[in-house]
Ligand binder design. Sequence first.
Ligand SMILES: [Fe+2]
Length: 344
Amino acid sequence: MAAWLAGLGAVAGAGATLAGYALLYEPFDVRAEQLTVRLMRDRPGLPDEGLRILHLSDTHFRGADRREHAKIEQVRRATAGAQFDLLIHTGDFLHNDNGLENVLALIDSIPRPRLGAYAVTGNHDHVVYEMKKALHYSWRIFRSRGGECDDISSRGNKNSSRARVGLLLHFARYLLNNRFDGEPSGVNDIAGLRRALEGRGVRFLDNQAVRLEGTDAYLVGIEDLLQGEPDLHGGLQGVRPDAPTILLSHNPDVVALPAASQADLILAGHTHGGQIVLPLLGPVYTQTEQLTRSEASGYWRHGQTHVYVHRGLGESIPIRIGAPPHVTFLTLLPARPNGVNAGP
Ligand SMILES: [Fe+2]
């Protein structure tokens, strides 16, 4: 009996430690990551030393001052004294309008970029999601789709304990393979967010391109795939097909659009790296419809396009395990003259 109680106590202690780590430690363990990639196609127009980019994403601020001020301080330390050409934020600045003041404080805490600050909006910048109801909302969608549980509910007594367990297993599989968002409960003041950030020198690229000063390289932004009006063809209008091109998209599913192959580098966010990464399984969710679990964060290649999916600085549900928040300094170099242009 004593051994049994000791075992139970050990399990409870380990659970409490893990919960404390997920809630109070890892979300504030902001890393500074570095990545250098070369153009895979020989496209003239980048400076010899390349472009140095500071990439931020998914801050998800909501006015939780203690947590958000702690993150801002971590970012300030990670970027202090850094010199870079572009500051990029790939959306989900805020979770709701209460986070605006801290979003502006974050931008103010970062050194000024040489060539400018650019952004795209994310789905959370447009819509308020009620995360406390995320599980219940997902269950309703799961049941409304019906197909996933037809084979269970049509088999004998659907109230039997065996059928109920089967249904729950189907739901668990559904959760692992679908977006996990709260119930939409309102809209954010997206115009106010844009105005405030533009006042800080951040330019939104809504299906638009800009040629970077002193280079023949282009930066293109696409509106959010879920809540915006994305038009990649419109965004690429006027971009020379052989020019070095960087595409900003909140949602990395943009890689599935054929026109995205024109980009040499895609910067995205949205996935939060899954927020919880488990042994063997990997990220518990990807928030996307096109990516594999291994593509839910970090660097990978799609054809001749480098793709970088940011894990974000903030969270929708405020826990992280195995997917710490970060800022990334990314350098994009010209192609090698001998044509050998491997990855990073
Ligand atoms: Fe997000």
